[in-house]
Design a protein around this ligand. Structure first.
Ligand code: SF4
Length: 184
């Protein structure tokens, strides 16, 4: 199986990447997260995905789309905002996987206990059906702490908020600027 791994950030990718490499799964990464605000945060997360890919030795395709207005202008409830946010990213991953000869796709968002796991699974499967490709569902959450600890040891930046401008504003100012030692 040739797998496309959608990557939301470096720290969340540590555990899924370790597991896939241990199991000998052929995979490549993809960074597509137009939700992340502000631009400095977007750049920092992308840089840390690059850092991880260099340390672990795997390829990543990067998309530098940055569309915070979508999230800023969205006035609906959180559930719908996150649904849109997941759907945009999973749809892009499914399309990219289909166009580029992958057998399946998945996402590092599945490692985080802070994400809406069941919604990710539902939307991943729907995106897979739209493009005629497999969604490789896996509950990576048992490895979340291990991955975060490894991320700290590797010196990766560990952000304190989910990503969009709404989650940024909901986070106390002193926590927004996380250091490598901070937790998500
Ligand atoms: S809270 Fe996270 S998942 Fe929800 S819209 Fe914001 S960035 Fe996306």
């Amino acid at each position: 199986m040739k797998l496309l791994l959608h990557m939301c950030c470096g720290p969340c990718a540590v555990y899924p990447v370790s597991v896939l490499q241990e199991e000998g799964v052929e995979f490549e990464g993809m960074f597509y997260n137009p939700n992340i605000h502000p631009k400095e945060e977007f750049d920092r997360r992308m840089e840390n995905v690059k850092k991880l890919s260099e340390i672990k030795g795997f390829n990543v395709t990067y998309f530098d789309d940055f569309k915070q207005q979508f999230w800023e202008n969205f006035t609906g409830p959180e559930e719908l905002r996150c649904r849109m946010c997941y759907d945009i990213r999973l749809d892009k991953a499914a399309a990219f996987a289909r166009e580029n000869g992958f057998d399946a796709f998945t996402t590092t968002l599945l490692v985080s206990p802070y994400q809406k796991h069941d919604l990710l699974k539902e939307l991943g499967e729907k995106a897979a059906a739209r493009y005629g490709i497999e969604f490789y569902y896996r509950d990576f959450r048992p490895g979340f702490r291990e991955g975060q600890n490894q991320a700290r040891e590797l010196g990766l930046y560990r952000q304190k908020f989910c990503g969009c401008i709404v989650s940024f504003r909901q986070t106390p100012v002193k926590k927004q600027k996380a250091s490598p030692a901070n937790n998500k």
